[in-house]
Design a protein around this ligand. Structure first.
Ligand code: G3P
Ligand code: CA
Length: 250
């Protein structure tokens, strides 16, 4: 018996973009803790993969912007990455924050939040999708009941990555992120095809309008929007009928 109400039943889901990244350094434990305090429905995690095939939460493929190091994540081992400070760039009071390993985030937060995970640059990282499923399995995130209740959503701009994920576990809700340039050309046939594997689509807020939301809904697709910062933007997006949004200040 599945008595817990699914977060996916909500009219609008509030996704903490890279954690509460408006007020804390993105993809740090401080950012995830704050997102939970701000009552976000989901914590978003962007993934990169190290030289020794470990998944870490970082938006960029280079460490330069958000740590005191330089270079590509793919050229560093997890041990190298763990030496970096990922808080000071934002504010010296966050000195000592570390780049989180996915495995640790899942085990530390699985009882506290739902996860909305993005495979970044999966073409650059062979084996990324398989490693993601392995980490999720190892942390018992893939129980059917939990998936029904919205414990996990996986998103990507890569259709190949999403389809790979579904080959490994067909119960995971998938969000196909849509490049701004192709939005205008999305017709009913394409939306129908997307709905064969995707739970919904992710759009930049600049390209979303009522008509687009309606067309997606008519084809059985949810609409999630990136990236909001304040209440006015949330109100505006809710008026368009979107089903959720990424927010820097969840
Ligand atoms: O995942 C979609 C949303 O997060 C916006 O994209 O660049 O912040 O990963 P980005
Ligand atoms: Ca993202």
């Amino acid at each position: 018996c599945n008595s817990k109400e699914s977060v996916l039943e909500k009219d609008y889901i509030n996704i903490a973009h890279r954690g509460a990244s408006g007020s804390t350094p993105e993809h740090t434990y401080a950012a995830y803790d704050k997102a939970i305090k701000q009552k976000a429905d989901y914590t978003e995690l962007d993934l990169q993969m190290t030289k020794d095939n470990k998944l870490v939460a970082m938006h960029d493929s280079k460490v330069d912007r958000t740590t005191n190091g330089t270079g590509m994540v793919k050229d560093k081992t997890l041990k190298d990455i763990k030496k970096l400070d990922s808080g000071s760039w934002f504010d010296k009071k966050y000195k000592g924050e570390k780049v989180p390993e996915l495995n640790d985030v899942l085990s530390k937060y699985k009882k506290k939040t739902n996860f909305y995970i993005e495979t970044k640059k999966p073409d650059m990282y062979p084996g990324m999708d398989e490693k993601l499923i392995k980490d999720l399995e190892d942390n018992t995130i893939l129980k059917e009941n939990d998936l029904d209740n919205g414990k996990l959503i996986i998103q990507s701009f890569s259709e190949t990555s999403l389809k790979n994920i579904h080959k490994l576990n067909e119960n995971i809700p998938l969000i196909q992120l849509v490049d701004d340039k192709v939005v205008k050309s999305l017709n009913d046939k394409e939306l129908k095809n997307l709905s064969k594997y995707a739970y919904g689509l992710g759009f930049n807020k600049e390209v979303v309008n009522k008509d687009l939301v309606k067309k997606c809904h008519e084809n059985g697709l949810k609409v999630h929007v990136f990236t909001l910062n304040n209440q006015d933007e949330v109100k505006e997006m809710k008026e368009l009928g979107v089903d959720g949004a990424f927010n820097n200040n969840p």
